[in-house]
Ligand binder design. Structure first.
Ligand SMILES: Nc1nc2c(ncn2[C@@H]2O[C@H](COP(=O)(O)OP(=O)(O)O)[C@@H](O)[C@H]2O)c(=O)[nH]1
Ligand SMILES: [Mg+2]
Length: 300
């Protein structure tokens, strides 16, 4: 890395055609369900949401799923749950990979729709609730749906008249899940969001400069999680260091040297991003609820 190491963000792209198609799919499906489960990445709850969803689902009830909670800082995830709750949104923590937290999904849907269920019960109707899952690419939608359905997804039914060809997975006797997740496009209007998406692997590395990205990640970790960073890469000093310097120091500690003896930051960049995404450095959250988050962004 040479000329670009002073950049303070990375840029990524998305294609308008994909957005339109994805939007239409969600608009069509939302009419068929009682509730929308919005999957977000617990490490980046702001960057992994798309505010356009509000306009699409309107007043339809919503449940927030803070997925990948196994990789996020538990204390920060707790703050997020409180923050959503203050805004009238029920949030559930899940690790869809292991299935942790997924067992609470059905109960959370019922809790979010309690008034509706009570009204049905008063009329003597036993309602089967219908839910669709939405989220940005790679946030874990398919993994989540498979875990919720316990893979016995054979219980798919095409219900004529109501669902017109849509496939449903029966979660339990009172809850059906639309088996096609709605894909939301991520937001790239803000470079801060773009880089959060890139750090977590929500956008492919091919579209970003890996060393610039790793350098920025080092900087963020050095500021927010210095102890974890120092411990993982055996760094004596992290304070006041630029991301680029931290990357070089880590490369040297690992013995990643190029032919001339200088630090092989290209190799170190790939390792850092891999280890961050795999949770090897520790449980790390890159976004905190509003106040703290804005303060972090205003720093030079
Ligand atoms: N660590 C962790 N990995 C997850 C979790 N949920 C999904 N993944 C992984 O994230 C990747 C993308 O998941 P996928 O379900 O295909 O995402 P989709 O594009 O939203 O359908 C896969 O490698 C999953 O194993 C989670 O809660 N924790
Ligand atoms: Mg999928």
């Amino acid at each position: 890395m040479d000329k670009d190491n002073t950049r303070d963000s990375v840029s990524v792209q998305w294609f308008p055609g994909h957005m339109k198609k994805a939007l239409r799919m969600i608009e069509d499906s939302v009419k068929l369900v009682d509730i929308v489960a919005e999957l977000i990445d617990a490490r980046i709850p702001l960057s992994s949401r798309n505010p356009a969803l509000d306009g699409i689902i309107g007043s339809k009830p919503r449940l927030i799923i803070l997925n990948r909670c196994d990789l996020a800082d538990p204390a920060v995830t707790r703050l997020w749950k409180e923050s959503f709750s203050k805004n009238g949104l029920l949030a559930l923590e899940t690790d869809s990979k292991s299935g942790k937290g997924v067992g609470g999904f059905s109960a959370a849907v019922r809790e979010a729709l309690r008034e509706k269920l009570e009204r049905s019960a008063e009329k003597g109707v036993r309602k089967t609730l219908k839910c669709m899952v939405v989220g940005i690419p790679n946030v874990g939608k398919s993994t989540f749906i498979n875990k919720v359905a316990k893979k016995k997804a054979a219980a798919v039914a095409d219900r004529p008249g109501v669902t017109r060809g849509k496939m449903w997975i029966s979660v339990d006797s009172g809850l059906d899940l639309l088996d096609t997740p709605g894909v939301l496009w991520p937001r790239f209007d803000d470079p801060f969001i773009g880089e959060n998406l890139a750090f977590t692997g929500a956008v492919r590395d091919a579209v970003v400069d890996t060393e610039a990205l790793a350098s920025r990640l080092m900087e963020r970790l050095g500021a927010d999680y210095p102890a974890l960073l120092a411990s993982r890469y055996k760094l004596a000093e992290t304070e006041g260091k630029k991301g680029w310097e931290l990357l070089q120091a880590a490369a040297r500690k690992r013995g990643f040297l190029a032919s001339g003896g200088e630090a092989d930051t290209e190799r170190m960049s790939a390792v850092l991003l891999d280890e961050f995404r795999g949770g090897v450095i520790g449980r790390i959250s890159l976004e905190k609820p509003q106040a703290q988050c804005r303060a972090a962004r205003e720093e030079p």
